[in-house]
Design a protein around this ligand. Structure first.
Ligand code: ZN
Length: 372
């Protein structure tokens, strides 16, 4: 390969791929690089709700089935270019600055360079580079890949590494996500006439119960898991009456109650309490639930990561990843990547150069450990 991980990261940062736009240009470039290191490519495209073309790539290196998949996303949050040169990467003080340098074009570059060091003819199990779209706006690409990728369905990778920034700490679990959208219907009328029924007052009684439930979630150990920091489930609620003016009784009001479920943290009981309350008031509701990511710390994958990191003990994180959907096709996954999640999405996002180069070595060692 004619370039290193730093150059590849710079090249990726320069090709804008904010989630609201198409990621076709950056995907074309990634595909070229993957082909250059010998990958066979499966390319999955869809058109998003705004008519933008979205591209997902699965590159496979080596023959056969099983093996190890490296998973990244190619979209980024908006650049906020008015505040800095987001798409013009700069190296300074041992850091590479630019939108996506940390989340997660730098980590993606490290997985590609590591795969590029491997002689495919020596692999006993294949490796895969999975690159999704629309991660930052609801993991839409990962869902599409889990539902449509023939490569992942037929070849069944055994292990996955989600290369999101963890400051090179191996992460064996993250929280899931449960959302309940509750809608109350009223009758619109001028508020001076007493002829209307306000959906807001109906919903307010339910919302008061949710406020009590939040207090319960914050104090009752049944709903916590001390493996996580914080151990609580992030119980939250948002609401709207769709901009009803002050002199109208609201015809419709909606709130979304959500929490981040963890294993052994009463998630089903909590969901049941929310839906039972909605049913009691006769409200419409819709549930969407994502299971948390969780793999035993004794698994071969976690142990391989720990070995490659000289015994660094595995941890958990509170944020979600593409693993929420990809675990349907890749049974055991960890999160491990260069960069600090604390600078992701900020003006001045950066990845430390030392972690970028360390990541390449660590990924290479894990490949040699699991696939040779
Ligand atoms: Zn990310």
């Amino acid at each position: 390969m004619s370039y290193d991980v730093i150059e590849l990261t710079q090249n990726l940062v320069k090709i804008q791929s904010v989630s609201r736009d198409s990621n076709a240009a950056v995907s074309d470039y990634i595909q070229t690089v993957l082909e250059e290191i010998g990958c066979v490519i499966e390319r999955l495209e869809y058109v998003d709700d705004n008519g933008e073309r979205k591209v997902n790539l699965i590159g496979k290196l080596g023959e056969g089935s099983g093996g190890l998949a490296f998973c990244s996303h190619s979209d980024t949050v908006p650049g906020q270019e008015e505040d800095w040169a987001a798409f013009d990467p700069v190296m300074k003080d041992g850091r590479l600055y630019g939108r996506g340098s940390c989340d997660m074009k730098g980590p993606l570059a490290a997985t590609i360079i590591a795969a590029g060091r491997i002689d495919a003819s020596q692999l006993k199990q294949p490796i895969y580079i999975v690159v999704t779209s629309d991660e930052e706006i609801g993991l839409l690409g990962a869902k599409y890949v889990a539902d449509h990728s023939a490569t992942l369905r037929d070849d069944k990778p055994t292990y996955g590494i989600i290369a999101e920034p963890t400051s090179m700490v191996p992460v064996y679990a993250h929280k899931g996500g449960v959302h309940v959208k509750v809608t109350s219907h009223g009758i619109a009328a001028h508020s001076s006439t007493d002829k209307g029924t306000s959906a807001n007052f109906q919903l307010a009684r339910f919302m008061a119960e949710m406020a009590d439930l939040r207090d319960l979630a914050m104090r009752d150990k049944t709903f916590m898991n001390d493996e996580f920091n914080p151990p609580t489930n992030g119980f939250n609620m948002t609401m709207t009456d769709f901009g009803t003016p002050g002199n109208v009784t609201a015809p419709r009001a909606q709130c979304v109650v959500g929490f981040r479920g963890m294993p052994n943290s009463g998630a089903e009981e909590m969901l049941d309490m929310i839906t039972s309350a909605a049913e009691k008031y006769g409200f419409e509701y819709e549930v969407s639930a994502h299971t948390p990511l969780y793999v035993s710390t004794d698994s071969d994958l976690v142990q391989a990561a720990v070995r490659a990191l000289n015994g660094r003990s595995p941890e958990t994180v509170p944020y979600g990843t593409d693993g929420i959907y990809l675990q349907a096709v890749i049974p055991e996954m960890v999160v491990l990547g260069p960069g600090d999640i604390g600078v992701a999405h900020t003006v001045g996002e950066y990845v430390p150069l030392s972690e970028l180069t360390q990541a390449v070595d660590v990924y290479e060692q894990i490949i040699r450990d699991l696939c040779f």
